[in-house]
Design a protein around this ligand. Structure first.
Ligand code: 13P
Ligand code: SF4
Length: 312
């Protein structure tokens, strides 16, 4: 007899085939969602995949801005998200009206925005970047170009430090990455002296400075795959551990502690809102579908396209 979870998975696969849907999932999704997805990746890979698919229906198992990006790239497709409440504290740290004023005060600056923003912020942007291509894209701009970078100040500081640029930074952050504990990680390093430290650039500068590798989720995964250390302390959302353990059998991956030991602070509660049940429901009912105001979508498409061209 099949158990409930197996029946649910079968139903999802049946509905997916019926609707011709492509299920995409970010590395921070619950394990069972990553396991059933057709494609898993970081923000850059998800945007690229959305731009290239011919499936009529995309289910974006991630957070809202990822669904919006897919919809902007594929306006004629149905883009579903299992839970419309799956937001992002980093995107929320950048109000479109305030950002527009910030930009208007610096008319001679090129505006570079992290993909973790609303479509309305992207509409005020010249080039969108992800953590996977930010450095390359900034380096491709003339050395004397004045740049506004938003909304993640930690990623902005990292890019400034590795490129020598002096981008003007918006003061935003991700509540998950911003609260990893330096002390906790130094303690872990003492207990695991052979472990290398993998840090996402949304983490604070002191954490970036003790890292053996700073990179997007895909870059950290790649580093672990090709590196020869037996153990890694992983300083990003713990959903990535599933793929790291799969891709690197025999290696040990230790989730880094957050500053507050009372909570599961290395988990993004927005990402975890998506469940298999909600995935089944959205495929079955074709809601909630992501919609973006056409005028905003048209303005936001240009900087997203520019990103895809610059990071080919
Ligand atoms: P990447 O997928 O680019 O590594 O970004 C991490 C993140 O916080 C996504 O919300
Ligand atoms: Fe946003 Fe942070 Fe969650 Fe990523 S981990 S979706 S940046 S809140």
């Amino acid at each position: 007899m099949k158990n409930e979870a197996e029946l649910l998975k079968e139903e999802i696969l049946r509905l997916k085939a019926e609707k011709g849907a492509l299920i995409m999932a970010h590395y921070y999704q619950r394990d069972e969602i990553q396991e059933i997805a057709d494609f898993i990746g970081d923000s850059l890979a998800l945007a690229r995949q959305a731009a290239g698919t011919d499936a009529p229906v995309i289910v974006m198992c991630g957070v809202h801005f990822m669904g919006e990006t897919a919809k902007i790239l594929c306006p004629d497709k149905t883009v579903l998200i299992p839970d419309p409440e799956a937001g992002c504290s980093l995107a929320d740290s950048c109000d479109p009206g305030e950002f527009a004023r910030f930009v208007a005060e610096r008319p001679d600056h090129t505006v570079v925005s992290y993909v973790n923003t609303s479509a309305a912020v992207k509409a005020h942007t010249d080039i969108v970047v992800t953590s996977g291509n930010a450095r390359r894209i900034i380096e491709s701009l003339p050395a004397d170009e004045k740049i506004i970078f938003g909304p993640d100040r930690n990623l902005g500081e990292y890019i400034n430090s590795v490129t020598g640029r002096r981008m003007v930074l918006w003061d935003g952050a991700c509540h998950v990455h911003d609260r990893f504990s330096l002390e906790g990680i130094l303690e872990m390093k003492k207990a695991h002296p052979g472990a290398k430290v993998l840090v996402h650039p949304e983490c604070r500068r002191p954490l970036q400075l003790i890292a053996d590798k700073v990179g997007s989720t895909a870059a950290l995964l790649d580093f672990a795959r090709t590196d020869d250390a037996p153990e890694y302390i992983v300083v990003t959302e713990s959903g990535i551990l599933l793929e790291m353990r799969k891709k690197c059998p025999g290696k040990v991956f230790l989730p880094a502690p957050a500053a507050d030991s009372e909570c599961q602070c290395n988990q993004c509660e927005y990402m975890k809102l998506n469940t298999l049940e909600k995935l089944r429901d959205c495929l079955r009912d074709c809601v909630p579908a992501v919609e973006v105001d056409p005028e905003i979508a048209e303005k936001a498409l240009r900087p997203i396209r520019r990103m895809l061209e610059l990071s080919r």
